[in-house]
Design a protein around this ligand. Structure first.
Ligand code: PMP
Ligand code: GLN
Length: 385
């Protein structure tokens, strides 16, 4: 194994899901739903499989899917793109993130990101030989995660190549406000940096969030320097399909494409027409999806609070983070490794998503993208610890 990858062991999701299987625990660790996505989408996939859509699709994705990706972006975010040159379909958001970083960063270039961060960010930055400059999100007023403006400014410098931003944010559930995004946008422009935005939870912003979701690309001066990434996995409850995409100006999309052709070339032929169908579903699908997840969040938050956890408010995504200190815990990793034996529930220690481990040592993350009876049973078990 090359030197630069030695620090990366098995991902926490693999470790914790294996622990859940081994101990027969309820898995509120890795974020995946326990119900299927829209039936129209599943039917379209089955039909495509039987209908012979089983050979290599075109490199940037099938035209029908690219058309729907652009229509969806226009419908929800008012962004208009050329489906032929400004969209590329990828193997999940993960491949789009990796290909963007590999294609944009020279060795030694710096990537500004926020911690806690989704784990693939550090690995992709490292694979590119780039360096991460991490700005810490900390619980602020009313527990909402915030960052320090001076810390963000200090993270930028002459080697900054890009900002990698995830909003709505995993694992905190933070939705970046327009004021926060404006600051990020100004710094990108001042330092002539690109932005790569991971918006896989774009449809999961709850009605009590401080603000609705704003794609960074919609801010003045940002469209031409932002690559916007999303995926079908979360929005359509099909995390195992790994159909994602990146949209942006032609140069950025062709950069992703240049790298992608040697990572996977193309992906998931029969799933592409099905995701196209899903992206075309009426607004009610997206509203109901959000309402369902919001109700599940509320249910889990009530259960966790009852069990004695201090729950940080989550404005979006599949996740809530909690402080284990009131329960006598000091180290989230130890706490999560012991939790299955104590009560048959699996969670994820968020310290693994920090460069500055002390910032997140006492925090753990629970996923609420599960059926209500599963959440209720988990809450009953957690109440006993
Ligand atoms: N980004 C974030 C913030 C995530 O939580 C995930 C997990 N699904 C991904 C990217 C990866 O998405 P995909 O499965 O589409 O690669
Ligand atoms: N995005 C999911 C999570 O944060 C899991 C993704 C993965 O297993 N790599 O739980």
């Amino acid at each position: 194994l090359v030197e630069r990858m030695r620090a990366f062991g098995t991902t926490i999701f693999t470790e914790m899901s294996a622990l859940a299987v081994r101990t027969g625990s309820i898995n509120l660790g890795q974020g995946f739903p326990d119900t299927d996505g829209p039936p129209e989408m599943l039917a379209a996939a089955a039909e495509a499989l039987r209908g012979g859509a089983n050979q290599y699709p075109p490199l940037p994705g099938i035209p029908a899917l690219r058309a729907k990706i652009t229509e969806h972006e226009q419908r929800f975010w008012g962004l208009s793109r050329d489906p032929d040159t400004e969209v590329v379909v990828t193997a999940g958001a993960t491949e789009a993130i990796a290909a963007a970083i590999l294609g944009l960063c020279e060795s030694g270039d710096e990537v500004v990101t926020f911690e806690p961060y989704y784990d693939s960010y550090a690995a992709s930055i490292t694979l590119a030989g780039a360096v991460r400059r991490t700005v810490t999100l900390r619980p602020g007023p009313q527990g909402r995660y915030v960052f320090d403006e001076a810390e963000l400014r200090a993270a930028f410098g002459p080697r900054t190549r890009l900002v990698l931003l995830n909003s709505p944010h995993n694992p905190t559930g933070k939705v970046f406000t327009r004021a926060e995004l404006t600051l990020i946008a100004e710094l990108c422009q001042e330092f002539d940096a690109y932005a790569v935005t991971d918006e896989v939870y774009e449809h999961l912003v709850f009605t009590d969030a401080a603000e609705p979701h704003t794609p960074l690309a919609t801010l003045p001066g940002m469209r031409e320097r932002t690559l916007r990434i999303s995926s079908a996995g979360k929005t359509f409850s099909c995390t195992g399909w790994k159909v994602g995409w990146a949209t942006g100006p032609r140069e950025l999309v062709s950069t992703v494409q240049r790298v992608k052709q040697f990572l996977t070339f193309v992906n998931a032929g029969p799933l592409q027409p099905a995701v196209a169908v899903a992206l075309g579903l009426p607004d009610t699908y997206f509203t109901e999806f959000r309402a369902t997840l919001q109700a599940r969040r509320d249910r889990l938050v009530a259960g966790l609070t009852e069990a004695g956890f201090v729950v940080q408010p989550s404005e979006g995504t599949y996740f809530v983070t909690t402080d284990i200190t009131p329960l006598g815990g000091t180290d989230g990793a130890d706490f999560c490794r012991e939790l299955p034996a104590r009560c048959g529930v699996v969670a994820v220690p968020t310290q693994v998503f920090y460069d500055h481990k002390d910032e997140g040592r006492h925090l753990i993350r629970f996923a609420f993208c599960k059926r209500e009876e599963v959440i209720d049973e988990a809450a009953r078990r957690l109440a006993k610890i």
